[in-house]
Design a protein around this ligand. Structure first.
Ligand code: AP5
Length: 221
């Protein structure tokens, strides 16, 4: 089956990471999360990681040049044998990033299958963000109420015990993150609508129902 590349577009807490992980497992797709790449740079103490740490903690966007560079690097890496396509998660986030991605795809002779807007309302996001925790070993995403681990403190996927909460998952930082989303990222909805590859799913539905809606988009020609 031909690889299909998609963008998951939505505000913080819309469920992009949760759905990306499911798609990796179900379809052999590869998640490209600029948030994860930046957190990795931060925890490994690189110069760039140190520079972006405070920006991320406040909930602001890091510079276009940094994230475009990170994506370019990832796209140049060898692909796994079973490759279902890329899931761009949290990228692009500005019009400049969207233009850069378009150029990169053309250069590689690739195209986007769809841009999936995950529609949610702000009221649900506070509860989602403040209840989120992830496995520090494999990255599985959990929630205190909607998706707790089966055994407290133990990852269902890898059995790890290193559960983490993000420094920017506070109500204060979330306000800035939402503001950044509406100011700089939501214009991408019109951008991709005009290109003809935008579709929307109800991100407030139960996780399995959201996954089914995304699958329908991927299954269409
Ligand atoms: P990033 O890591 O990309 O964070 P984000 O976009 O704010 O998105 P989140 O990871 O918070 O949410 P999500 O949509 O993945 O939700 P999740 O699936 O975890 O970016 C972080 C920072 O890095 C940015 O603020 C910026 O500083 C920087 N950055 C990153 N990319 C950048 C870029 N391109 N340009 C510039 N700066 C960049 O779900 C959330 C919770 O809800 C979980 O607990 C989950 O279990 C639960 N949940 C999920 N789906 C459902 C459901 N359907 N029902 C009930 N609960 C659900």
């Amino acid at each position: 089956m031909a690889a299909k590349h998609i963008i998951l577009l939505g505000p913080p807490g819309a469920g992009k990471g949760t759905q990306a992980k499911r798609l990796e497992e179900a379809r052999g797709m590869v998640q490209l999360s600029t948030g994860d790449m930046l957190r990795e740079a931060k925890s490994s103490g690189t110069e760039m990681g140190k520079r972006v740490a405070a920006v991320m903690e406040r909930g602001e966007l890091v510079t276009d040049e940094i994230v475009i560079g990170l994506i370019e690097e990832k796209l140049a890496q060898p692909r796994p044998e079973r490759f279902g396509g890329f899931i761009f998660d949290g990228f692009p986030r500005t019009l400049k990033q969207a233009d850069a991605l378009g150029e990169l795809m053309v250069r590689k002779g690739q195209s986007l299958h769809a841009v999936i807007e995950m529609q949610v309302d702000d009221a649900a996001l506070v509860a989602r963000i403040t209840g989120r925790f992830t496995c520090g070993n494999c990255g599985a995403v959990y929630h205190d109420v909607t998706k707790p681990t089966k055994v407290e403190g133990t990852c269902d996927v890898c059995g790890g015990h290193d559960m983490k909460r993000r420094a920017d998952d506070t109500e204060q930082a979330l306000k800035t993150r939402l503001m950044e989303y509406y100011k700089k990222t939501s214009p991408l909805i019109g951008y991709y609508y005009a290109k003809g590859n935008l579709c929307a799913v109800d991100g407030l539905a139960e996780m399995g129902a959201v996954a089914a809606d995304i699958s329908k988009v991927l299954d269409r020609p």
